[in-house]
Design a protein around this ligand. Sequence first.
Ligand SMILES: NC(=O)c1ccc[n+]([C@@H]2O[C@H](COP(=O)([O-])OP(=O)(O)OC[C@H]3O[C@@H](n4cnc5c(N)ncnc54)[C@H](O)[C@@H]3O)[C@@H](O)[C@H]2O)c1
Length: 339
Amino acid sequence: MEKVNLKIKNLKKEIVNIFTKYGLSNNHALVSANALINAELVGAYGHGLSRLKMYCDRISKKLINPKPKIKIKKISQSISHIDADNSIGFIAADIAIKKAIQNAKETGVGLVAVKNSGHYGLSGYYAEQAVKKNLITMIYTNAPPAVAPHGALKSLFGTNPICFGSPTGSKIPFILDTSISMINRGKIRVAARNNQKIPEGVALDRFGKPTINAKKALQGVQLPIAGFRGSGLAWMVDILSGVLTGGNHAGRVKDPFDDFTGPQNIGHLFITFKTNLFVKNYNTRIKDNIRKIKRLPRIKGVKEIMYPGQNKFKRFKINSKKQIKISNITKKDLEILKQ
Ligand SMILES: NC(=O)c1ccc[n+]([C@@H]2O[C@H](COP(=O)([O-])OP(=O)(O)OC[C@H]3O[C@@H](n4cnc5c(N)ncnc54)[C@H](O)[C@@H]3O)[C@@H](O)[C@H]2O)c1
């Protein structure tokens, strides 16, 4: 796949211009551009610029509302319910995490549910915001059908990421942010666009046969992590982010790329809480916890035992100093969207 180098600053300007051309306010365009660029910088290419055209197509077809009237209903000092009015998911999530942080700072715990939202990218991006404010956080979102429930012949669950973030007493946060599928769907989409193979053991074709062909995998089913355990976790996320919030659930979230019959109405749940609710010395305790684990004897070939989030933090730091590399196909998307 041929790649093109682009300066981060210029690229951000281009994305902001495109989103404002499609009707987003300057602020919403900037929030969305920052989220897309962050995805590129942490190496989550399936959630970065490869999705820009999809968001714009959905705005054109009036399935994403570029000027949403977002309502925040206060249920208690800790709890809020947000109706995102079919905003682009980045905006709903940005407002929700800020509210969850505020609620937790005021009361110790923040619980914010979101309905009528769309694809918001990386859960970890929002978790980082809470951890920077010295809060623990758990974040859930559902997604369009991709994974078959254990024992079923048809995809119904999304790749429904599970995200947990915690301060570590150091500048690198603990962010466990993982799809419940063997690999995330964005990676398969990128592989399909670029005619690349996918790893063995992550998907079946539509006849139920194992496949390494990305296009066939998109027509078939993705496999969950750890068999019925992964299927159970996906179900849990569907309940927490869909059933509980008022969002779509049980396979009704529409695929943003292929299904233009209505808005996605994705649901998200943001939980935040203070680290000192039960102990006064959380930072000392978590430092001790991480130190103990990192000092364990290592398997041959492993240089360092890392905690979740460390790899992405390192990648972000390295990539922030370089230009962003995008594929020729994505570059073409940018050229068309700019016109
Ligand atoms: N919005 C959506 O609908 C949606 C759906 C699925 C996934 N996503 C996002 O896609 C992103 C990628 O998901 P993924 O499942 O491909 O993540 P991944 O497999 O790259 O990483 C999963 C987790 O494992 C950790 N990790 C990786 N290597 C490690 C190592 N060697 N030691 C210790 N920890 C390690 C990572 O830090 C991360 O927390 C996530 O940010 C997720 O939120 C979004």
